[in-house]
Design a protein around this ligand. Structure first.
Ligand code: KG4
Ligand code: ZN
Length: 331
């Protein structure tokens, strides 16, 4: 089974091929970050247009990289949502058109399921069941994962996502888009002298998050402090500590609630090294293990969509009686 995966939900065009026996055999990514930088955020119209420009050459490059012809493929998986509607439509239209032309089935994949399953692409892949912390620019959630397609959201952000809070705070500090990694870099120079930021919603029971207050807290601290690089680094460090600590506190609660000893962390913010250190400490303290995708699969990419598509196609094929790849195509 060989699946072509297409990701186009936001500002990355990601194409990959996942092969049942070999894993990911080709992976191409085009990031639009530079295009959107001057606007301080993703401009949906520009994103759609750039996907149109890049998607076919990237698919050609991916097939070439894997040394495959379209006839070698079993199916096409594409990101169905959530995401920017115009950007999603480009991926869906291309996937369905190619599927029609090449006489293959096409399947829509939930973007967050792609992130959730990305750690399965690693050698040390987690077994089901596990607890997943999904932290991206659009979502922050804790998911009780019992098996493929058996997901229960047990906590989520009631306002900004963790990545969104990083990006907005970075913007207030004058950093480029996407600000998350730049803020994390700036925080490395913090000297620990900045006062502690609050840990939102940790003083009450439950697994939900709220990060928009931290951004406002940071804005007030910036306005009240000296305009020096050191002061900004100190604020960045205190902000990052607050986000990371809050995520870790809720993970600890969720592990207790679910009884899980396996924690999967995925989505763009899972690239954050301070978060990784903190969660490694947490899992060591409870005798468990934490799993991540490799760095290039933390943010949006085609490999996670190809893999999630593969899992579903395989499940459907195994459950179909005639076993001739007559797979249901999602809307
Ligand atoms: O998963 P992703 O690529 O796209 C969405 O589906 O949203 O996540 C992007 C988010 C951005 O908000 C970005 O600032 C954040 O992940 N991010 C980070 C780091 N690397 C990426 N945030 C904090 N620290 C990082 N090292
Ligand atoms: Zn994403």
């Amino acid at each position: 089974m060989r699946i072509l995966g297409i990701e186009s939900s936001c500002d990355e065009t990601g194409i990959a091929i996942y092969e049942e026996k070999k894993g990911v055999t080709a992976h191409q990514l085009y990031s639009q970050v530079k295009l959107h930088q001057e606007y301080g955020g993703v401009v949906p119209e520009l994103a759609s247009r750039d996907h149109v420009r890049k998607i076919i050459p990237l698919i050609e490059a991916t097939l070439k990289q894997a040394n495959l012809a379209p006839t070698d493929l079993t199916a096409i998986a594409y990101t169905q949502g959530p995401g920017l509607i115009g950007a999603l439509l480009v991926g869906a239209a291309v996937a369905k058109s190619l599927a029609f032309a090449w006489q293959l089935p096409a399947m829509g994949v939930h973007h967050l399921e792609g992130h959730l399953l990305a750690p399965m692409l690693e050698e040390n892949a987690p077994e089901y069941p596990f607890l997943a912390l999904l932290v991206s620019g659009g979502h922050t959630m804790l998911v009780d994962v019992q098996g493929l397609g058996r997901y229960e959201i047990i906590g989520e952000s009631i306002d900004d996502a963790a990545g969104e809070a990083f990006d907005k705070t970075a913007k207030i500090m004058g950093l480029d888009y996407p600000g998350g990694p730049l803020l994390a870099k700036l925080a490395e120079d913090g000297d620990g002298s900045e006062a502690k930021f609050p840990r939102p919603m940790t003083d009450r029971p439950g697994l939900d998050f709220s990060f928009s207050g931290l951004k406002t807290f940071a804005a007030n601290r910036i306005a009240a402090s000296e305009d020096t690089a050191q002061a900004r680094a100190n604020i960045a460090q205190a902000f990052q500590e607050a986000v990371v600590d809050t995520l870790a506190i809720k993970c600890k609660r969720a592990l207790k609630q679910t009884g899980s000893k396996r924690l999967v962390v995925a989505g763009g913010v899972s690239a954050n090294l301070v978060l990784r250190e903190k969660l490694a400490e947490l899992m060591a303290s409870v005798g468990g293990a934490v799993f991540y995708p490799r760095h290039e699969y933390c943010t949006d990419n085609g490999a996670m969509i190809a893999y999630a598509g593969f899992c579903h196609f395989k499940q459907q094929t195994e459950h179909s009686t005639d076993n001739n790849h007559e797979i249901a195509v999602s809307p």
